[in-house]
Design a protein around this ligand. Structure first.
Ligand code: ADP
Ligand code: MG
Length: 569
């Protein structure tokens, strides 16, 4: 047996690791299982290219909790390490990673954003253990190795009788970390971080019910057997080719991702790109209306099938954070702060790629099945409208498929709407006036009056629509929106009056004067045109700009669209 000293400048590095990573102790398991996975995949590769002349077989990773002896075991059947490799990779390489981490973030204090995503690797074991053992045997024909370290820079190295290839990590769980000796806690962590990792992970056994044998009686219990409890799905849908997946596969993967979600997704977008960056994933458009899980069931970010975070702010454009699903990319730098992320070139490219894919998908849904798209419109409009407001690139594309429903249940694209109304809904300056209602019931008589004149009335009731109208008015030439109860109706050139007033012009004028005395001081005007329809005797209107000012003040003004301004859903 040999002892040695890890070459460190900081004597008590382990207490420091512990302190800095306080809030994220649980990532030790993710790190150790990642290492076990890497070691297994390396062996797979080496056997595939003929470099390792051993049987690859069906390797597993096993996690065992020994509560009585306060130990956790993580066992793999990967490449293992020789004595020289332990010296190199554990004593030098792994350690330098830990040291570099401390160097960099000593002053960062508790910036969880940085710390949580730093791959501290092997030494994160010391966040929960006061002693760590490695028992390992390389696939090369060399004796096994036993490394022990109690958290001080000293370690011991001895040979081991281990026969099977692979590595076993033994954590002697520290007094303040005994929560990790609970099966339920470990299971929770495995499900959170390792649910989709590529090598099967065994945690205990479970009872499986077998089919009853032929001729069994009704009351005979079905036979059971104990089988390995594999907690992960090593080949999740997003790692497969879209051509190999059916609609039902996407739906069942959605249920796998969000077991508590009972609503089916509306449609999905399979992301798959390997140049100029590497990214795979599946995004789902959920039914947002009445969704109580909007905050909880979020897009999950993975790195090579290892869960990293479900806070994708900065990576996915803000308007798409309402979607669900998975993004997996080895190219997203995870060990940096949010502000750095936003400036990172790769991240920017990823963000605009995702935006483009979403726009393309919506566009093809619109083209291929318009009827279906119209039916889904109510559920997807908030995302689309919000995207049109916040991303100009998205606006350009969405302008071709964004829909404007009418009070009568028709859906027009902007272009269709323009064509429809250009001959009879212009004002004296030849500006196109788009009439809309925001509340079918409350504005009923105004709607009827406008329809009686042959005008089209849209029904725009989504919470951010006044911002969108503003955007359309500035990005398109010569159009303006006016709510049906605004004072515009009088100025519109109309086809023909469809009803005949029962009052003479003079009588109308007198009535108007009288009424105006009552409402003028409040900024309203009286409009007698409606008398020409049967709907109502006259209508009281408010200038469009005044009403909109009030409304925009309520929904957070025309300024930046922070999430804080997002409408409640
Ligand atoms: P990283 O995984 O980023 O390389 P770690 O600190 O997690 O850094 O691990 C350091 C090194 O130790 C690995 O690169 C690998 O060579 C070796 N190692 C760790 N765990 C295992 C394992 N289970 N099997 C084989 N080698 C391992
Ligand atoms: Mg590692």
């Amino acid at each position: 047996m040999a002892t040695g000293k890890i070459n460190v400048s900081v004597e008590n590095i382990f207490p420091l690791i512990k302190k800095f990573l306080y809030s994220d102790h649980e990532i030790f398991l993710r790190e150790l299982i990642s290492n076990a996975t890497d070691a297994t995949l390396k062996l797979k590769h080496l056997t595939a290219i003929g470099e390792a002349k051993v049987e690859y077989g069906n390797p597993q990773i096993e996690v065992k909790v020994d509560k009585e002896n306060k130990k956790i075991h993580i066992i793999d059947q990967g490449i293992g390490m020789t004595e020289d490799e332990v010296k190199k990779y554990i004593n030098e390489v792994a350690f330098s990673g830990a040291e570099e981490f401390l160097d960099k973030y000593k002053d960062a204090g508790k910036d969880a954003g940085i710390i949580g995503h730093f791959g501290l690797g092997f030494y994160s074991a010391f966040m929960v253990a006061d002693k760590v053992e490695i028992v390992t045997k390389s696939f090369k024909d060399e004796p096994g190795v036993h490394w022990t370290c109690d958290g001080s820079p000293e370690f011991t190295l001895a040979s081991s009788k281990k026969e099977e290839r692979g590595t076993e990590i033994i954590l002697h769980v520290a007094e303040d970390s005994t929560e990790f000796l609970e099966d339920s806690k470990i299971r929770e962590l495995l499900v959170k971080y390792n649910k989709f990792m590529p090598i099967p992970i065994k945690f205990g056994t479970k009872t499986e019910t077998l089919p009853k044998p032929e001729g069994a009686k009704e009351e005979d219990p079905a036979p059971t057997q104990e089988v390995d409890d594999i907690i992960n799905n090593p080949t999740p849908a997003w790692t497969k080719q879209p051509s190999d997946l059916k609609d039902e596969d996407y739906k069942s993967f959605y249920r796998e991702l969000y077991p508590m979600q009972f609503e089916e997704p509306l449609f999905n977008i399979h992301l798959n790109v390997d140049y100029p960056f590497n990214l795979t994933g599946i995004l789902y458009f959920p039914k947002l209306t009445n969704d109580l899980n909007i905050q909880k069931d979020r897009i999950q970010l993975y790195q090579n099938q290892v869960f990293v975070t479900d806070n994708v702010e900065g990576i996915v454009p803000e308007f798409l954070t309402m979607l669900r699903g998975v993004i997996d990319s080895p190219d997203i730098p995870l060990n940096v702060s949010r502000s750095y992320l936003q400036a990172d070139g790769a991240v920017k490219k990823i963000s605009s790629y995702i935006t483009r894919k979403v726009a393309d998908k919506l566009s093809s849904l619109f083209k291929n099945n318009r009827e279906d798209f119209e039916q889904k419109w109510n559920d997807i409009k908030v995302v689309i409208e919000y995207g049109m407001l916040s991303e100009d690139k998205f606006f350009e594309k969405a302008d071709k498929f964004a829909l404007y429903p009418t009070v009568d249940g028709n859906f027009y694209t902007f272009e269709e709407l323009e064509t429809k109304i250009k001959d009879n809904q212009t004002d004296k300056d030849d500006k196109l006036v788009i009439l809309y209602a925001s509340d079918k019931e409350a504005q009923h008589s105004y709607i009827e009056a406008a329809k009686a004149k042959g005008f089209e009335v849209l029904l725009l009731d989504s919470p951010i629509v006044s911002h969108l109208m503003q955007k359309l008015e500035t990005s398109k030439e010569n159009i303006s929106f006016a709510r049906v109860d605004a004072d515009h109706l009088d100025n519109l050139i109309k086809k023909e009056d469809t009803a005949i007033s029962k009052l003479s012009d003079e009588e109308k004028e007198r009535l108007k004067e009288d009424l105006e005395k009552v409402v003028q001081e409040k900024g309203y005007t009286i409009q007698m045109e409606a008398m020409d329809s049967d709907a109502s005797p006259f209508i009281i209107t408010e200038p469009e700009f005044m009403r909109r000012m009030k409304e925009m003040q309520q929904t957070g003004g025309g300024g930046m669209f922070g999430m804080g301004n997002m409408p409640e859903m």
